[in-house]
Write a protein that binds this ligand. Structure first.
Ligand SMILES: [Zn+2]
Ligand SMILES: [Zn+2]
Length: 341
């Protein structure tokens, strides 16, 4: 996955990059590519020089040249990279042409950003340019040229797949980004281990579950072969739980994990066992991968198959300790199997 970051000065771009790095991304900055060129040529590494080199780079290689150069530096298609300092529509087009790439834009009101500039000057003791607000705004206008080879920050921002308006504090921005990034797939490109592979399949299977209380998935595996799969929901032929099929699940006063004897939803483990039975597949001494630790009813059934080992990625309910002790007594092994997803 590749995420480009664009935005106005002091809007919060570097916080976006920082949080992505913390999630395992690597970074490439388009400005750093230009900085390296400036150093090679013995030029001063300042804003005006970088702008001029950027324009030159685009005149020579086309509007997307700088982005294409950055994309070339990404070693593998499975790597997760954040590309900083996207400043032109041509760069966005080049980014969007890449696989699994999106652009995040960050913006804030000019007055807010000006205040941040002043606060930074105060804290670093460097009165960088001693700009007035009008000068600050005028300088930014230079980044919004009509020159097709020049920077067009506003137009670029408008092409972002997602724009974050960050007029608040740094910690508010961090909290918002954490919520957003929680939905992102894992950035870990390592090949899945067998356990991760099967628990990932169980997670995907769970997404077919119709129970409104919880979606659970289970896969039964023997000698690295997937024998059967199940998700939870009302029995075949009955209306689904999510359209009112199960009275217990639809009574919101009943706490999760309680009064299960009134629930008409069939658990994922039971459905996986039923699927094996229907197809005449022996699951004797097989392993089961479940997204949630089994309930007591399922545990009894698993013990009698018998299932050899139960791999789970999440706890289930207040019955977990009782189930664990039952499993110990009857010799069913249990193991936490973390999922990368
Ligand atoms: Zn239900
Ligand atoms: Zn169960």
């Amino acid at each position: 996955m590749i995420i480009g970051v664009t935005g106005t000065n002091l809007a919060g771009k570097s916080t976006v990059v920082e949080l992505l790095l913390a999630r395992g991304f690597s970074s490439i900055s388009l400005s750093d590519i230009l900085r390296a060129i400036a150093r090679e040529r013995g030029l001063p590494v300042d804003r005006a020089t970088l702008q001029r080199l950027g324009n030159e780079f685009r005149e020579r290689g086309g509007p997307g040249a700088l982005m294409q150069e950055a994309l070339r530096r990404i070693p593998s298609k499975t790597s997760s990279y954040v590309i900083d300092s996207v400043r032109t529509p041509g760069e966005v087009n080049a980014l969007h042409a890449a696989n699994e790439a999106l652009l995040i834009g960050v913006d804030a009101d000019p007055a807010v950003r000006f205040a941040r500039a002043k606060a930074r000057e105060a804290s670093t003791g460097r009165d960088e340019n001693a700009l007035s607000f009008d000068e600050f705004v005028a300088r930014e206008a230079l980044e919004n040229t009509d020159n097709p080879h020049g920077q067009q920050l506003r137009t670029t921002l408008g092409m972002a797949d997602l724009i974050i308006i960050n007029n608040g504090t740094q910690s508010e921005l961090r909290a918002r980004l954490e919520r957003l990034f929680a939905f992102m797939p894992s950035t870990d490109a390592r090949k899945l281990e067998w356990g991760e592979y099967f628990i990932s399949i169980a997670k995907l299977v769970s997404k077919r579950g119709s129970c409104i209380k919880r979606q659970v998935g289970a896969v039964i595996v023997k000698e690295r072969h997937l024998l059967s799969a199940g998700y939870n929901g009302t029995p075949r032929g009955a209306p689904n739980c999510d359209v009112g099929g199960c009275a217990r699940c639809n009574d919101h006063s009943i706490p999760s994990g309680t009064r299960l004897e009134e629930c008409t939803c069939v658990h994922a483990e039971v459905n996986a066992i039923a699927q094996a039975a229907r197809n005449g597949v022996s699951i004797r001494d097989a392993d089961i991968y479940v997204t949630n630790f089994p309930c007591l009813s399922c545990a009894k059934l698993l013990a009698n198959v018998p299932i050899k080992r139960v791999f789970y990625s999440d706890r289930y309910a207040h019955t977990d300790d009782a189930v664990l002790s039952l499993f110990r007594t009857v010799g069913v092994e249990t193991e936490f199997q973390p999922s990368r997803w």
